[in-house]
Design a protein around this ligand. Structure first.
Ligand code: FMN
Length: 184
């Protein structure tokens, strides 16, 4: 079985909930970036050993929070040794607005994965964008590069629409499934 790690930052718990849903689908280990932008002691070893790495962050002011950027910059050590070369990568971002410029955060993650020589996994699900579509549908936000999630600004993580949570589980499963195909 391919080993996937979901490495994420969450300021107020919304991205944490989605990281858990992605990890459930991916049968992955969770690795939280702390409020200082650091990883726990074993964090870098866990990432080095992974077959697949999924990045997660909320969108703050139109891009990833500085804590995620600190982690990304610190990953230059792995870049120097090509430690993440040919791993499978995915990414997700949570924000309050339906759009909210989440795509900018996602493209940053895709670029980070590409700098490391990784293989990026798209969302792989068509958009639910018909008149009959609702927020309970899978991929109702119409993402393609990776996973997009909306969390209402005045509510906790429990208020994230079920369609987004389901999309998160499905995306996690897709990333690990693809990593498994590369492994076998
Ligand atoms: C400093 C800051 C900046 C934010 N900027 C945006 C933004 O650009 N677009 C948006 O839609 N939401 C924005 N939000 C809302 C967050 O993306 C949203 O509340 C998200 O669910 C927070 O995730 P977290 O609880 O994991 O930190 C911002 C929130 C904060 C605190």
């Amino acid at each position: 079985m391919a080993q996937t790690v979901v490495v994420y930052f969450s300021g107020y718990g919304h991205t944490q909930r989605i990281a858990e849903a992605v990890a459930e689908g991916a049968q992955a280990q969770l690795l939280r970036i702390d409020s200082d932008g650091g990883l726990p002691q074993h964090g870098w070893d866990l990432l080095a050993a992974a077959d697949a790495i999924i990045f997660g962050a909320p969108t703050y002011m139109g891009s990833a929070p500085w804590q995620f950027k600190k982690f990304a910059d610190a990953s230059s050590k792995a870049w120097f040794t090509r430690a993440w070369q040919d791993k499978v990568f995915g990414g997700f971002s949570v924000s309050a607005s339906l759009n909210g410029d989440k795509q900018v955060t996602l493209i940053g993650m895709q670029t980070l994965a590409s700098q490391h020589g990784g293989i990026w996994v798209s969302l792989g699900v068509p958009p639910a964008n018909t008149l009959a579509a609702t927020r309970s549908d899978v991929n109702n936000l119409g993402g393609s590069v990776g996973l997009l999630v909306q969390a209402p600004s005045d509510a906790g993580a429990d208020a994230i629409p079920e369609g987004d949570v389901q999309t998160a589980r499905g995306y996690g499963a897709r990333v690990t499934g693809i990593a498994q195909r590369f492994k076998s």
